[in-house]
Design a protein around this ligand. Structure first.
Ligand code: NAP
Ligand code: GLV
Length: 338
């Protein structure tokens, strides 16, 4: 795998001398790269798996008009100050907590994201985590592979039922609503807490608006699906976990930082709640020595919420489209800082 910064300095500049310069911080699918090269002079961090080193990002940002970046890039004040020509930051994610949006707005830099195209895929993964955690799927598969399956036993690897259980969704946005639609099919009772009540969804899905406290006290599954920002940081701490049922399961597919990891580790170790399914963490990648990963009642995944081939491809296409429109003088369809 090449990890060099690839510069598309081919004749494109000669044919179109006003071509703008764009940094792409991870290798896109061929058709997306080809399309971007049609419009721009591209600096590409030519790796699918390794993130662009900070020193290279800092250097390259000085030279470009636009950047197509990932949630792994911390697009903070330091970056914004270096990016003197920067007109747009196009994020390959719906979440944009990796970007200093206020700082970008002050400098007139557009910030875009990729909502919608990943909604159903992330809802699928959220539901998969609910099933995997409640029915101990990872633990059970490991028992079999490790030769520890002796015989069928009545209470061997028993978990919690999903059908008939109560699901509480904190953050009933695009993904939250898609999870609720799935839950309806599974015969779950549903409640939600959201910044803004959503009466139209209450009718459509049959979900009830309650306070955060009521949701925590009554849910068998608590699913966190808000963005990470100053308001939602530490939304779930010891206090909230203590309100939950001892038999309850917490699912976080939104962002690390919303659930306090130390408090969660203690709650899971002390039997305050029954289990947790986590796709996101404070530090990513999470250390393999992290205490959460030592707990058998945790199912942990490496931030794969939107990771289907179809959806990741659509995200690339949408991020490239946002960037292209922004650098062509238009208003990109998914502008975060209107
Ligand atoms: P969305 O449609 O904007 O939904 C977010 C919801 O959270 C909105 O309904 C919003 O309320 C609500 N909310 C915001 N702040 C809140 C607060 N303080 N208290 C209660 N509710 C609050 O976004 P989405 O597309 O569903 O995505 C949600 C998040 O999931 C993203 O921001 C991202 O971090 C995460 N995500 C993770 C993965 C993954 O791979 N694991 C994939 C995709 C997304 P309003 O209606 O009032 O705005
Ligand atoms: C992924 O985590 C996203 O925000 O799209």
């Amino acid at each position: 795998m090449k990890k060099a910064l690839y510069k598309n300095t081919i004749d494109s500049r000669r044919s179109c001398p006003i071509k703008k310069k764009v940094l792409v911080t991870r290798k896109p699918p061929e058709h997306v790269l080809k399309e971007l090269k049609n419009h721009f002079e591209i600096d590409l961090w030519d790796s699918e798996e390794d993130k662009i080193p900070r020193d290279i990002l800092l250097k390259q940002i000085e030279e470009v008009d636009g950047v197509l970046c990932l949630l792994t890039e911390n697009m903070n004040k330091e970056i914004l100050e270096r990016g003197k020509n920067l007109m747009v930051i196009s994020n390959l994610a719906v979440g944009y907590n990796n970007i200093d949006v206020n700082g970008a707005s002050e400098k007139g830099i557009m910030v875009t994201n990729t909502p919608g195209v990943l909604t159903e895929t992330t809802a699928d993964l959220t539901f998969a985590l609910m099933l995997a955690t409640s029915r101990k799927l990872v633990e059970a598969a490991n028992v079999l592979r490790e030769g520890k399956w002796k015989t069928w036993s009545p209470m061997f690897l028993t978990g919690m039922d999903i059908h008939g259980a109560t699901l509480g969704i904190i953050g009933l946005g695009e993904i939250g609503a898609a999870v609720a639609r799935r839950a309806k099919g599974f015969g779950m009772n549903m409640m939600y807490y959201n910044r803004t009540p959503k009466p139209f969804l209450e009718k459509e899905i049959g979900i009830q608006y309650v306070s955060k406290e009521e949701l925590l006290r009554n849910s068998d599954f608590v699913c966190v699906l808000t963005p990470l920002n100053k308001e939602t940081e530490n939304l779930i701490t010891k206090k909230e976990l203590n309100l939950m049922k001892k038999t309850a399961i917490l699912i976080n597919t939104s962002r690390g930082g919303i659930v306090n990891e130390q408090d969660l580790t203690e709650a899971l170790s002390d039997g305050v709640i029954w289990g947790a399914g986590l796709d996101v963490f404070d530090q990513e990648p999470i250390s393999v020595h992290h205490p959460l990963l030592k707990l058998s009642n945790v199912v942990a995944l490496p931030h794969i919420g939107s990771a289907s081939i179809q959806t990741r491809t659509k995200m690339w296409e949408l991020a490239a489209h946002n960037l292209t429109i922004a650098l062509s003088g238009g208003t990109p369809p998914h502008l975060v800082n209107k």
